[in-house]
Design a protein around this ligand. Structure first.
Ligand code: FAD
Ligand code: UDP
Length: 397
């Protein structure tokens, strides 16, 4: 069979480009996926107890991009779901009476830290007063990043910033990145700002939800097209060679487009050295009970070796009184060991410069496009990479 396009990877970047080239461009597309399944890191499946889990970490869909939402909605119905997260941490000031119930010497507040979190952290009256202090300094309903808040010269606001830094950010960020908030890309902590409102949702996007039957069926439908051939369990790097400006597929020159969504460094044999990544170990536990925690995700912002615990039934809405599955996330540096999955690019000027070398290599092959969280070495959410895939294919059709 002659193909017009080769797509490496069947996650968001690969599946959307494949579908658009096949359907809107009438192209014959070959999709090669190394894993035994589609959907990339958004893959979900029932576990041994029949609980629908996310194998590679909790995925909640949210976007303000109407086009992305409409495009994906062709392949799935949605379950309405708004993610809420609380921090669970030890009480360090027994005198303070938090506005919410506490247990076992621990207490909770909504994350992102908001005006309600303030009452739990500082007690009802003091929390209200300090909340008003913030509202005098910043517009109501606005949000401010922790790094900005720490720059505020007012001593009382600086004390609030120190509190939030200590109780929300510094320990969690050390666990997740092995670095302090001020030493990582500021866009990362800006994802979870301090809110001058009582909005306790993790995301404020216009469209939020979960694919009604899960992510995997959505991807299966997207890739189900007569012009698409999908080969699972197939490492494209065993079939694809990049030599002297030429692309070879199975030893033959390939004149079509190649959309590559894997790691850029791996594509070029790590010739400039590996791009640094963080990986995660996931601790899954199935418990013989209906529910484990009050929220979809609970962040352990001060203690514990893991960053957060997710209980999937909150996300998926699955009803199953006899069992629930939870997952703890442990972050560590990628060492390049076999089987390690690179989940998070470590964005900084040095690593971006290293990535630029790989990008320059890719630019030597006019038919080759790097697309995706790995291939572009970016911190894309699902909607952001979906939007990139739609825009890239606009230009190709
Ligand atoms: P991927 O999903 O990584 O897909 C790339 C695919 O390429 C993989 O299937 C891989 O096996 C395949 N591949 C690589 N190399 C080869 C090769 N040589 N041959 C064949 N196949 C290959 N986003 C949100 O919007 N909301 C969330 O709640 C959210 N939660 C997340 C939680 C975690 C823990 C992580 C790590 C990410 C989360 N994301 C979330 C981000 C989301 O996972 C990404 O935006 C999305 O998966 C990116 O899609 P992609 O196609 O670029 O990459
Ligand atoms: N963060 C934090 N404490 C929290 C939540 C987030 O310090 O309770 C920081 C941390 O550095 C994290 C970043 O904010 O890596 C982004 O958080 P997000 O929940 O968006 O991360 P993701 O879901 O992508 O892992």
């Amino acid at each position: 069979m002659q193909y017009d396009a080769l797509v490496v990877g069947a996650g968001y970047a690969g599946a959307i480009t494949a579908r658009r080239l096949a359907e809107d461009g009438g192209k014959k597309v070959l999709v090669l996926e190394r894993r035994p399944h589609v959907a990339g890191n958004a893959y979900d499946c029932p576990d041994a107890a029949g609980v629908l889990i996310h194998q590679y970490g909790p995925h909640i869909f949210h976007t303000n991009d109407r086009r992305v939402f409409d495009y994906l909605s062709r392949f799935t119905k949605w379950r309405r779901y708004q993610h809420r997260v609380i921090a669970n941490l030890p009480r360090d000031n027994p005198e303070v009476v938090p506005a919410h119930k506490t247990t076992d010497g621990r207490f909770f507040f909504p994350v992102p830290f908001n005006l309600d979190s303030m009452k739990n952290a500082f007690g009802m009256e003091e929390g209200k007063r300090l909340g008003q202090k913030l509202l005098d300094a910043y517009p109501a309903q606005s949000q401010v990043t922790i790094l900005e808040l720490r720059q505020n010269p007012d001593p009382e606001i600086a004390a609030i910033a120190d509190y939030v830094y200590e109780h929300v950010f510094v320990h969690y960020t050390m666990k997740q990145w092995g670095q302090k908030p001020e030493d990582i890309d500021p866009n990362t902590t800006a994802r979870v700002p301090v809110r001058l409102s009582r909005d306790g949702r993790y995301f404020q996007d216009a469209y939020q939800g979960m694919p009604l039957e899960g992510y995997t069926p959505m991807f299966e439908r997207m890739l189900d097209h007569p012009n698409i051939t999908l080969e699972l369990n197939t490492d494209a790097l065993k079939r694809l060679k990049l030599e002297d400006g030429r692309i070879l597929l199975d030893g033959e020159p390939f004149g079509g487009t190649v959309i590559y969504t894997g790691q850029a460094d791996e594509l070029f044999g790590f010739r400039f050295g590996p791009l640094p990544y963080r990986t995660l170990d996931f601790g899954f536990e199935t418990l013989p009970q209906d529910a484990f925690q009050t929220h979809g995700t609970v962040n352990y912002t001060v203690d514990q070796p893991y960053t957060r615990i997710t209980e999937f039934k909150h996300l998926t809405g699955q009803e199953k009184p006899d069992a629930t599955t939870i997952m703890k996330e442990y972050s560590k540096a990628c060492t390049g060991a076999d089987g390690e999955i690179p989940y998070y690019a470590i964005i900084n000027p040095e690593n971006n410069a290293l990535y630029a070398k790989y990008q320059a290599e890719a630019d030597k092959f006019p038919g080759l496009r790097l697309l995706g969280r790995l291939a572009e070495y970016k911190y894309y959410n699902m909607d952001a990479i979906a939007a990139r895939a739609l825009t890239l294919t606009d230009g190709m059709l």
